[in-house]
Design a protein around this ligand. Structure first.
Ligand code: CO8
Length: 257
């Protein structure tokens, strides 16, 4: 399939989506988001893909929603068109998805990265929620996901001042899982994705679902959910294979069943 604003490729069992709108620092215009959603649907339906990496360029993961597209939007356009809801497909993706972030991840760009399961950042990455400087506030998780990830104080600081934070601060505050040299970003992201894709896909998906459940529920209910899912894993062939391989001192051959 031909795409205008993204590049899509498979590397072994890893599906890679690269935002590719350099003239606008990967600003997230509606056609770009439509393409990301199509690529996600394609990878979700492909048995040969076990993990997805979402990335941008060295200069920008994404500099936010497209301000030029948004500037003339009316309240009714936004309300009746349900602006932003369809942008959340990344967060509904069931396969594991890693954001590999270099350069600017601002506004909707930071929010898009936070919709992924974890962020690997290049040491030149810059994160921020500068919407307040434009007379609006974050609309795709910047006041919600960011607060859960970095806590109220830092989320308030970022959302109210609009300042950027560098990769080192982002890792220290829990937004980012790891920071790597910019030149190694894709190598490291692909290594992590390849590792995940080498495990049992249903087990990885259930693990993701269980970690995500911790955001949505109480500890008691979350633990109950985790226990039920854990019990169900003993109905899989991959549990039998994984444990037999350990006992027999060999590498497991997961069948995704
Ligand atoms: N939208 C549209 N165009 C953009 C955007 C953007 N967000 N960011 C950069 N561009 C364009 C510039 O207009 C410029 O185009 P042109 O050459 O035609 O004028 C080109 O990209 C290069 O940008 P700069 O010349 O500004 O590059 P600099 O290196 O000088 O500066 C910055 C880089 C600091 C990143 C600067 O471009 C900037 O501040 N950009 C805007 C950042 C911002 O405010 N982002 C938040 C947008 S609001 C938002 O995201 C709401 C979220 C809604 C939900 C989204 C769901 C996923």
């Amino acid at each position: 399939m031909g795409y205008e604003h993204i590049r899509v490729e498979s590397k072994g069992r890893v599906g890679v989506i690269t935002l590719d709108r350099p003239q606008a620092l990967n600003a997230l215009c509606t056609p770009l988001i439509d393409e990301v959603n199509q690529a996600l649907t394609q990878f979700e339906g492909d048995d040969k893909i076990g993990c997805i990496v979402l990335t941008g360029s060295e200069k920008a993961f994404a500099a936010g929603a497209d301000i030029k597209e948004m500037s003339e939007l009316t309240y009714m356009d936004a309300y009746l068109g349900d602006f932003i809801t369809k942008w959340e497909q990344v967060s509904r993706t069931r396969k594991p998805i890693i954001a590999a972030v270099a350069g600017y991840a601002l506004g909707g760009g930071c929010e898009l990265a936070m919709m992924c399961d974890f962020i690997i950042a290049a040491d030149n990455a810059k994160f921020g929620q500068p919407e307040i400087t434009l007379g609006v506030m974050p609309g795709a998780g910047g006041t919600q996901r960011l607060t859960r990830l970095v806590g109220k104080s830092k989320a308030m600081d970022l959302c109210l001042t609009g300042r950027m934070m560098d990769a080192e601060e982002a890792e220290r505050s829990g937004l980012v899982a790891r920071v790597v040299p910019a030149d190694d970003l894709m190598t490291e992201a692909l290594k992590a994705a390849d590792k995940i894709a080498g495990f049992s896909l249903p087990i990885a998906m259930m693990t993701k679902e269980s970690v995500n459940r911790s955001y949505e529920t109480t500890l008691t209910e979350g633990l109950r959910f985790e226990r039920r899912v854990f019990h169900s894993m003993f109905a899989t062939e991959d549990q039998k294979e994984g444990m037999a391989a350990f006992v027999e001192k060999r590498k497991p051959q997961f069948s995704n069943k």
